[in-house]
Design a protein around this ligand. Structure first.
Ligand code: ADP
Ligand code: MG
Length: 158
């Protein structure tokens, strides 16, 4: 059970990037963010903006649709970007090493429903949906462990 505690509205991809960059500043190794929402909702755009803001020289951040996982070195530690949409069986998650990485990396996971009971209870959940017009997005934050996140999200300067 998780309670929504913050709702952001962004009017453009650039505004979503600012939110992602701001959240990046309060992350640490051991954090997992579950990115929910339909295709085109902005999950990859958010992840890309967050990852690139933590790199001295921003790398290409392709969608991990086909590779399932992409791993980056960042200024604050290793970061795993996963897209579980094409996962064929729950066993495949174990093979990727993602569950272990949740302890010693930062993990951003698209289509986290595929994790089932393996979704970490400490994760921040960001739910993306298309807003009032094509370029607007509503982004709702929740967590089964709100205490881990509420204060940090208040620091997000958006
Ligand atoms: P997903 O990973 O959720 O399937 P993507 O991030 O790949 O979605 O695609 C989102 C698309 O929506 C991009 O083309 C992006 O430019 C566009 N977009 C329009 N407005 C926004 C916004 N406010 N925030 C994020 N993306 C937006
Ligand atoms: Mg995506």
């Amino acid at each position: 059970m998780s309670t929504d505690f913050t709702r952001f509205t962004t009017a453009s991809p650039d505004e979503t990037a600012v939110l992602a960059q701001s959240l990046a500043q309060v992350l640490r190794v051991g954090d997992t963010i579950l990115l929910e929402g339909d295709i085109g909702a902005g999950k990859t755009h958010f992840a890309r903006s967050l990852i690139q803001s933590l790199q001295d020289v921003p790398e290409d951040v392709p969608s991990p649709t086909f590779t399932l996982i992409q791993i980056y070195d960042t200024q604050i530690g290793p970061l795993w970007h996963a897209d579980l949409y094409r996962l064929s069986s729950p066993d495949e998650i174990v093979e990727t090493g993602l569950l272990e990485a949740m302890d010693d990396a930062i993990c951003l996971v698209e289509w986290p429903d595929r994790l089932g009971p393996d979704a970490p209870p400490t994760a921040l959940i960001l739910q993306f949906s298309i807003g009032a017009d094509d370029d607007a997005r509503n982004i709702t934050a929740s967590s089964p462990t709100p205490n881990r996140w509420v204060k940090r999200l208040e620091q997000c300067d958006v």
